[in-house]
Structure formats: C-alpha cells, structure tokens
Design a protein around this ligand. Structure first.
Ligand code: ZN
Ligand code: ZN
Length: 350
C-alpha cells in the first residue's frame, strides 16, 4: 500500500509503498478514505513530547483521525463486517481495565495512539487493534470526511466542553482558535453557552465568529484578562485552554470568576516541557477548579454522532482543505509557522 512515514525528525516524510497490514485475531483492517493532518502529527515529526512518553520510535506512519470502510476483520471480531463504514478515537483502549469498563476509555491504563504506539492512517490501510471495542460505526448521515474531521480535534473539543460543565447562557472562553478551539466553540455554542474566542490571528477570530463566538479578543492587541472581565462583567464561568502555552494557560485561569472552571486540553510545547506555575492563592481564594481533558471516551460518541446526524453540529465546516498524501511534507512545514487554518484532510492516497 501507499503510505507516508516519518523517517527522521524534521526531514521530509518517505512516501511510497510499504507492506499491507494484516489482521491479528481481534484486529480490523480499514481502507482509509480520509485522514486528518493534526498538530500532534507535527509534534511527532518535530520529535517533541518525550516528557509525556509520546515520542514514537521511527520509522512510523502518522495519522490518527480517519474515516474509512472495513476491508478485513480478524477471526475473533464479532461486531463488524467487511464494508462497514467506521472511525475510531485517536486513542485505543484495552477494553478490560477499570477505566475502559467504566466508560472512560480515554483514560485506559494501556492506552495506545495511532501514529505514536503503532502505524497510523497516512496510508491506504490501517490496522485497528481490538476492533470490537475501538471502532465506531458511522451513522448514514455521517460521511468519512466528517469522520476524519471528528477523529481528534473535534471530539477533543466536544469532550472539553463536557468537562467544562458549562450551562446555557453562561460565559466560556476558548483560548486558541485552531482545530480544537474552533471545535469547542462550535460545540459550546450549540449547547447554548456564550463563547468568547481568544487568539492572536484575526483570520482565526473571524472564523471563530462564524462558528458561533459572540465576542473575540486578539491577544496581541488587547489585555486578555481585562477584556474577558469586562465582556463578562466579572469573569468567565469556564474556560478551555487549547494551546499548551504558559501565557494562555495563565490568562485562562485568571479570566475566571469565582468558582470558575479551567479545562486544560493543550499539551505544552518544548518551552514549558510540561511544567507551568499556577497562581495557587488565587485558585484557593476563588475556589477555582482546574481539570484536564484528553480525547473523548466511547461513551460520549453517541451524543456527538446524534448532534452531527441531526445537523446541530457541522464538523465538516472546519475542514479547510482536502489534500494529497504526496504533499504532506510541505503541509507539516507550513504548520511550523502556524500558516495553516482549520483542518487539512488527506483524501487522495495515490
Ligand atoms: Zn483500558
Ligand atoms: Zn490529533
């Protein structure tokens, strides 16, 4: 099959033929129709994230947000057959640890990630381990391009909004209007929250407005904390940080009102190396809540798929460009300078 492999950090990917994957007893082979290009792939390509144990052994095929059609199932697979249209979360669970059993597959004790733990979907086919547990059937109304758009950033934004516990009519700030941020904005707006988008890029803020933000703040032009406090008359009820940058994390925490809830989605950059100082006394005195949010468990896919099927959410509106596998190296290079806007999805693997 055709595939793109990271051979060496920061060097162009090797694009060409590799051996087709073969299924073990519980595996499913999916023919990929669409695979998103994610900033996490860029981090893998850069060689980041060894501080969270997420620096894959090379060579590896990246790609963890896909939609496709089942080509082959292992002999033990019971819930799926050849021809089923499917997607999977970027994180694969073991199905038997206490987290998987309690509906928190995103916290699995034996979590694996496509393109980090094993080969991903920048390829014509991908092997999905433990297919019965990890695959999600696509409703008729949800096409494979939408599935690719959901696979990582969108479902991460969706779970982040659930973690924020935001109520209709309350203020939520989304720091960072990239893929995850725009997704969170669309979802938070759909559930009736009042969304403020913060970014340094006016084009991204314009897109945030189209996706439902009622106010925007350009962090290069305005003081974020003061601007949020003014718009919300005292501070936001919740905020989501989707960048992992020290300054935006602190802005997010300090923009909250008493009892507010900060949701950390962004993993930090090389600069922070996983450590950021927090204004602890403020957190204590204001009874702020700080929670992490990673991926999206299987148990929350039903709600997500229903909202998409019924037209309440439209992840595809965030797909900015369909691209070819052949051009993948130049897209990763553009991501270094944050030139890309929205989702790029590979739909041509020839
Ligand atoms: Zn598990
Ligand atoms: Zn991703």
């Amino acid at each position: 099959m055709r595939a793109a492999q990271i051979i060496k950090h920061k060097e162009p990917l090797r694009i060409g033929d590799v051996a087709d994957p073969t299924p073990g007893p519980n595996d499913v082979i999916v023919r990929i129709e669409a695979c998103g290009v994610c900033r996490s792939d860029w981090h893998a390509w850069m060689g980041d994230w060894e501080w969270v144990g997420l620096s894959p052994e090379l060579p590896i095929i990246p790609g963890h947000e896909f939609g496709g059609v089942i080509e082959e199932v292992g002999r033990e697979v019971k819930n799926f057959v050849r021809g089923d249209r499917v997607t999977a979360p970027f994180h694969e669970g073991c199905a038997h640890c206490s987290n998987c059993l309690s509906g928190h597959s995103n916290r699995c004790d034996h979590l694996n990630i496509f393109g980090f733990s094993y080969d991903g979907a920048y390829a014509e086919y991908v092997r999905v381990p433990n297919g019965d547990f990890n695959l999600i059937k696509l409703p008729d109304e949800v096409d494979t391009l939408t599935a690719a758009a959901i696979g990582c950033r969108y479902m991460t934004g969706y779970h982040g909004v659930i973690r924020s516990q935001i109520q209709p009519g309350k203020w939520i700030v989304v720091h960072g209007a990239g893929g995850v941020g725009l997704s969170a904005i669309q979802v938070a707006n759909a559930v009736g929250a009042l969304v403020i988008a913060v970014d340094v890029d006016d084009a991204k803020l314009e897109k945030a407005k189209q996706e439902g933000a009622v106010a925007t703040i350009n962090a290069r032009k305005e003081k974020v904390v003061e601007a949020v406090k003014e718009i919300t008359q005292g501070g936001a009820h919740a905020s989501i940080e989707a960048l992992g940058i020290r300054e935006t994390i602190l802005n997010s925490v300090q923009s909250l009102r008493k009892g507010g809830r900060h949701v950390q989605i962004g993993l930090t950059t090389r600069e922070e190396g996983g450590i950021v100082d927090f204004p602890i006394d403020v957190i204590t005195a204001m009874e702020l809540e700080i929670v992490g949010s990673i991926g999206n468990p299987h148990s929350e896919y039903d709600g997500l798929m229903s909202l998409i099927s019924k037209g309440k959410l439209n992840p595809k509106s965030l797909v900015s460009k369909e691209v070819e596998l052949n051009n993948i190296s130049s897209i990763l290079e553009d991501m270094t300078s944050f030139k890309t806007l929205g989702f790029h999805v590979i739909t041509n693997f020839k």
